[in-house]
Every structure is written in structure tokens, then in C-alpha cells.
Design a protein around this ligand. Structure first.
Ligand SMILES: Cc1cc2nc3c(=O)[nH]c(=O)nc-3n(C[C@H](O)[C@H](O)[C@H](O)COP(=O)(O)O)c2cc1C
Length: 252
């Protein structure tokens, strides 16, 4: 079920894609450069479409399996995230695993199995499992796909060695770039007409997931973005006042 806001976001995003072809921004001659020819944009791009997408993004927990697009479109979006989201020192350490349809369902069955293990060993009560955890996991399983966000330390360590003065920063920076991928894909999926929510069942599910999909065990699972057809109207959450959270100086 696409809401009016969602439809507006989708058309705004499509508008962004058609009004801002990369060639029009980066394509023509820059006379004083010997290397790259850059075309100045004929008019300044508007942030409106991006803002509409940001405003239309919400955590949607009631998801269905109807897809507004082909799986190819989802793959294309994920590939664009991996190609275009920046990383510190261009480390490109983020890894994405996309699970669709039956594979997505398998993920949430694995999560259920992990929790049932906790019930068996007494860590989780039967009551909490039946009343809360199981229905929640079933809600995720009812969706259409999940994107798993990983960080590959093999692509961080060499930079820590090469730039020792930033050694302790590369860990947090890897988290930052991973979060950027998450946000890009959250609003990107919204732009395709999906609803989504962000989960963190790591580290409980890590080893079972790595085994199921042959994920290198060194990769660190950071989060899971669950998506599907939005089955409820998005709920706007309360916002703290902007003026408490933004300071601006030098504004003309
Ligand atoms: C870094 C981060 C971690 C989050 N972790 C979870 C999570 O583990 N489970 C969950 O249901 N929602 C999670 N959320 C969703 C937030 O609770 C939600 O985005 C926030 O309450 C605002 O609601 P909205 O997404 O509808 O705007 C997370 C969001 C962020 C940005």
C-alpha cells in the first residue's frame, strides 16, 4: 500500500534522477584544467526531492511481500550504494549481502532458531518468546527482503598501518561509512515504493548467517535493513526542536 506521501517521495526521487543526469553536472569543458572536463550545471540543483525522501522515511514494521519493482531494480539500487557512498580514505570496507524472497525468510527462521536456543537454555522466558520475540521476528519474515550490512576488517587494517596517527579513527570511520550505506538504502528503497525498518540481531545470528550464506567469518555484521510492501501508514515520531539542535553562524 503506497501512501500519498510515499507516492510523492517516489515521484520526487524519479524527478531528481531525470532532472539531474550526471552528465549534465559533470560533462562540459573547464578551460583551465588540463585533466578533467567539467560542465557547469545550467541551473542549481534543488534539494527538494532529497528532503521529500528524508521526510517520507519512517520505520515501518508491518511489511508484506508485494513488490512495486523487479528484483533487478533492487540489485541496481544496492550496486549504486556500494559504488557511490563515500568512505574514509576511500577504504571501501562495507560489504552488503542481499537476501530476497525465500532467502529472506530463511534469515528470519535462523533468527527464530537462535532465540529458541535461548529459550531452551533458560536465557529467555517462554512467555517473552511467545508474546514478544516470535511475533516480532514473524513480522520481519513477512517482508520481502533484508539487506545485511557488514564491515570487512581486511580493508581497514592496512590503512591503520599506513596512517598510524589515525589508527584509532578507522574503526569509527568504518561505522560511519556503513551507516551512510544504511541510510542511502533506507531512502533508496523508499524511493522504489518499499517500507523498511532497521534491526540489530547481531551478534546472536552472526555465525548461523555466515554458515548459511558462506559469508567470510572475519566480516563483522553491523545491521539488518528489512523491507517489503508497506502495510500500514507511517507514523511520524515526535521531533525535538530544531533550534535546540542546530546552530548557524554567518548566515546572510
Ligand atoms: C543507528 C540506528 C539504530 C537503530 N536500531 C534499531 C533496532 O535495532 N531496532 C528497531 O526496531 N529500530 C531501530 N532503529 C530505528 C529507530 O528506532 C527509528 O529510526 C527512530 O525511532 C525514529 O523513527 P522513524 O524511523 O520512524 O523516523 C535504529 C535507528 C538507527 C538510526
Amino acid at each position: 500500500m503506497a501512501t500519498a506521501a510515499l507516492r510523492r517521495s517516489v515521484s520526487a526521487f524519479r524527478g531528481l534522477r531525470t532532472t539531474l543526469p550526471l552528465a549534465s553536472v559533470f560533462g562540459a569543458a573547464r578551460p583551465f584544467s588540463s585533466t578533467v572536463a567539467v560542465k557547469m550545471p545550467s541551473k542549481m540543483p534543488s534539494s527538494g526531492a532529497l528532503v521529500e525522501l528524508a521526510k517520507g522515511r519512517h520505520s515501518i514494521y508491518k511489511l508484506g511481500r508485494e513488490s512495486p519493482v523487479s528484483d533487478d531494480k533492487i540489485e541496481e539500487l544496492v550496486n549504486q550504494a556500494i559504488l557511490n557512498v563515500p568512505s574514509a580514505f576511500n577504504t571501501q570496507s562495507t560489504r552488503l549481502v542481499v537476501l530476497l524472497h525465500k532467502e529472506h525468510e530463511r534469515l528470519w527462521e535462523i533468527a527464530m532458531d537462535c532465540f529458541q536456543g535461548l529459550v531452551k537454555n533458560g536465557t529467555l522466558s517462554e512467555e517473552t518468546w511467545k508474546g514478544q520475540t516470535q511475533p516480532k521476528l514473524q513480522g520481519f519474515k513477512d517482508g520481502l527482503g533484508t539487506i545485511l550490512f557488514y564491515e570487512d576488517p581486511a580493508h581497514i587494517k592496512p590503512y591503520q598501518e599506513k596512517f598510524p596517527s589515525f589508527k584509532d579513527q578507522f574503526g569509527p570511520w568504518a561505522e560511519h561509512t556503513n551507516a551512510m550505506h544504511q541510510y542511502f538504502l533506507w531512502i533508496g528503497l523508499e524511493s522504489l515504493g518499499f517500507g523498511a525498518n532497521l534491526q540489530h540481531y547481531n551478534p546472536l545470528i552472526d555465525s548461523a548467517v555466515a554458515k548459511q550464506w558462506d559469508v567470510p567469518t572475519e566480516w563483522r555484521l553491523i545491521s539488518q535493513l528489512v523491507f517489503g510492501s508497506p502495510e500500514v501508514e507511517a507514523q511520524e515520531k515526535p521531533k525535538k526542536p530544531v533550534e535546540e539542535r542546530v546552530k548557524i553562524y554567518g548566515k546572510l
